[in-house]
Write a protein that binds this ligand. Structure first.
Ligand code: F3S
Length: 284
């Protein structure tokens, strides 16, 4: 039986960096300050549980800053609004910033363009923490567009110069389509494609492997939207696709009848969970 593991399976560069930052803080902890993350560091309940055992807790909003006065707060790869840094400072909280540099770059664009009088359009999901964070760096008018309808109904001051950016994980085709709709309105427009290709590479590799595999395993938290998307892509090519969280979920699964088993994993799946699955499948 051939086993193919996607090279792009698991953590992307930004998530790896954020996880390293958390490990570094745990190592450096001297017991005087407690460590918190702003929201779960990644969407993986196993990892969050493990970190809790190591003394890392989560705060969900700035409303909890009074409770963590003077402690350490790690900002995850999605980034946060400027107001979060400002409030942390007010409470004497030490911020360890693990915002992915690709996201920080968008914060800079949005801040500078606002100061220069541009109307910023962010193509993305307004309820996603990354987009909430980007909006929170705007220094002028800002609009979030997430659907075709929102692109069609978008309008602003006739003399406005538009700067369009994207949520890093937005689908490239949809981004292009929405940009075309907005451009047709005749505004002076500058488009800065800020999509990160880590997601696209992971998805196209998953598509390629699942086309040739007769069993496909996708590892990741059931709540992780990028893992669900990977599973959908794989399922469209390979009907025997299993979305699992850990190797334990493979118990009783018939993999023996496969001649080629493909494995991939979402952006928030730790490497040790991937290796466990790989060892298990190779052992069949
Ligand atoms: Fe950064 Fe791209 Fe990952 S923006 S957090 S490397 S998906």
């Amino acid at each position: 039986m051939e086993v193919r593991l996607a090279e792009s399976a698991g953590f992307c560069f930004g998530v790896n960096r954020a996880m390293d930052k958390v490990s570094e803080q745990i190592r450096k902890a001297d017991g005087n300050k407690k460590i918190y993350t702003y929201g779960p560091i990644i969407h993986n309940s196993e990892v969050v549980r493990d970190l809790k055992e190591k003394g890392v807790d989560i705060v969900e909003s700035t409303d909890e800053f009074e409770k963590i006065r003077g402690q350490i707060l790690i900002i995850r790869s999605h980034g946060v609004a400027k107001a979060v840094y400002d409030k942390a400072k007010d409470y004497g909280i030490t911020v360890e910033d693990a915002t992915c540099p690709f996201v920080s770059k968008i914060h800079d664009i949005v801040r500078k363009r606002g100061e220069e009088g541009w109307h910023v359009v962010i193509i993305g999901d307004a309820t996603h923490p990354e987009v909430e964070g980007i909006v929170g760096w705007a220094t002028g008018p800002v609009t979030v567009v997430n659907t075709e309808e929102e692109a069609e109904t978008f309008s602003c001051n006739n003399n406005a110069k538009l700067c369009i950016v994207s949520q890093t994980t937005f689908n490239a085709q949809r981004f292009k389509h929405f940009v075309e709709i907005i451009k047709e309105k005749g505004y002076y427009t500058d488009v800065i494609n800020t999509i990160c290709n880590a997601t696209a590479v992971r998805q196209s590799e998953a598509a390629e492997i699942s086309m040739h595999a007769d069993k496909m395993i996708v590892i990741g938290d059931p709540q992780s939207s990028n893992t669900k998307k990977l599973a959908d892509i794989c399922r469209s090519n390979c009907k025997d696709t299993y979305h699992i969280q850990t190797v334990r979920d493979l118990t009783g699964t018939d993999l023996q009848s496969g001649t080629c088993v493909g494995i991939t994993a979402g952006a928030s799946t730790p490497n040790h969970l991937i290796q466990e699955v790989l060892l298990y499948v190779r052992g069949i």
